[in-house]
Design a protein around this ligand. Structure first.
Ligand code: SF4
Ligand code: SF4
Length: 349
């Protein structure tokens, strides 16, 4: 058995998910849709397609794993879980793409993850007594250490326990969901109680393995605890115009989309992008493994951001933040991509 029977049997082939799928929108090809991919999974499970079938390999990789097909599905298909099982089989061992293997090896070594905090001053871990803990993340600790620093200013009650590793989301999405689950549980042990994270993708993965009640994404935590900012963010003497890029797994996996908008509205003029809820093409390792398709998706997003004439575009996930920064820089845009926590701390009080 490659797939859990209950997961695979749930699809009723209604096709409601097709309009929500970015890869189907790119190709118009049924095989690139969620329904088409589930048909491929069934063919693999029943032996109608061989393991090395090229369409299977292509579609397992072409899928963004954005889970936009889940909230629109009337049958409650857990596509994200099916994709994990599919890639566990398709990308097992050395069949997983080399860049993904290298990244997984990097984040598996907790001393290496922690070392990023030592070289980046703001990300140094500190320990306090108890209470909800801030998860520092692995990518974010190295690339965007100011995010954790900002989160601690916004919610000073958060403790930051030492010795936190990676949550394992990268493994789960790249063909090693067993290790991904073990890493999530181990992080859950290292951060007892509520875990607050500034990464939508990590929030969804952790919630699946340590339980939803223990996990809070930062915007969700701030709204729940009435940490609403009160000032106004000004640019050139006027209220700043700010757009949001949703985190796919936060929106489609955990249903969190209201809170980041509420926080932005509290300090600025919020501008909804036409595709704010759709993937930006970052999608974990996707921008590395499928740079052409990732770039196509990003280009449309940058067009929208430019047309909206905003001052800032906000991300709630480090991968999206990196993707947006790259796209804006290449375009020579004056728009700044920032994490929500970074935006909120620059608001004058
Ligand atoms: S995944 Fe859901 S929405 Fe898509 S075809 Fe299957 S049952 Fe319908
Ligand atoms: S996860 Fe995203 S790209 Fe993959 S089938 Fe679902 S909607 Fe399409």
């Amino acid at each position: 058995m490659i797939f859990s029977k209950t997961l695979l049997d749930r699809c009723i082939s209604c096709g409601y998910c097709l309009p929500a799928c970015p890869t189907y929108a790119m190709t118009g090809d049924e095989a690139s849709s969620p329904r088409g991919r589930i048909s491929l999974m069934r063919a693999l499970e029943t032996g109608h397609l061989e393991d090395d079938d090229p369409t299977l390999a292509e579609q397992a990789s072409f899928c963004l794993g954005c889970r936009a097909c889940e909230p629109v599905c009337p049958a409650g298909v857990e596509y994200g879980n099916l994709l994990e099982e599919w890639r566990d089989h398709q990308w097992s061992g050395r069949r997983s793409p080399l860049p993904a293997r290298l990244l997984m090896a990097l984040v598996s070594r907790s001393w290496l993850v922690r070392a990023q905090g030592l070289v980046r001053r703001h990300a140094r871990t500190v320990t306090s007594a108890s209470g909800p803990s801030l998860m520092l993340g692995c990518v974010e600790r190295g690339l965007f250490p100011r995010v954790s620093h900002a989160a601690r200013k916004l919610a000073p009650g958060l403790s930051v326990p030492k010795r936190q590793g990676c949550c394992g989301a990268l493994h789960a999405h790249n063909g090693d969901s067993g290790t991904g689950e073990r890493m999530a549980k181990s992080l859950g042990d290292a951060l007892p109680g509520t875990i607050v994270t500034t990464s939508g993708g990590c929030a969804a993965h952790l919630a699946a393995h340590v339980g939803r009640p223990r996990v809070r994404e930062l915007s969700e935590y701030l709204v729940e605890h009435d940490h609403l900012p009160s000032g106004r963010l000004l640019v050139d003497g006027r209220v700043a115009r700010v757009a949001l890029q949703d985190s796919c797994h936060l929106r489609n996996g955990l249903g969190i989309s209201r809170q980041p908008r509420e926080l932005i509205r509290a300090v600025a003029e919020y501008v909804e992008l036409p595709s704010a809820g759709a993937c930006c093409g970052a999608a974990g390792t996707y921008s590395i493994l499928r740079p052409r398709e990732s770039g196509e998706i990003l280009s449309v997003k940058i067009d929208e951001i430019e047309a909206a004439e905003v001052d800032f575009v906000v991300a709630v996930n480090p991968g999206c933040l990196r993707q947006l920064k790259t796209g804006l820089r290449k375009r020579g845009s004056r728009v700044r991509a920032v994490h929500l926590a970074e935006l909120l701390v620059i608001v004058p009080r």
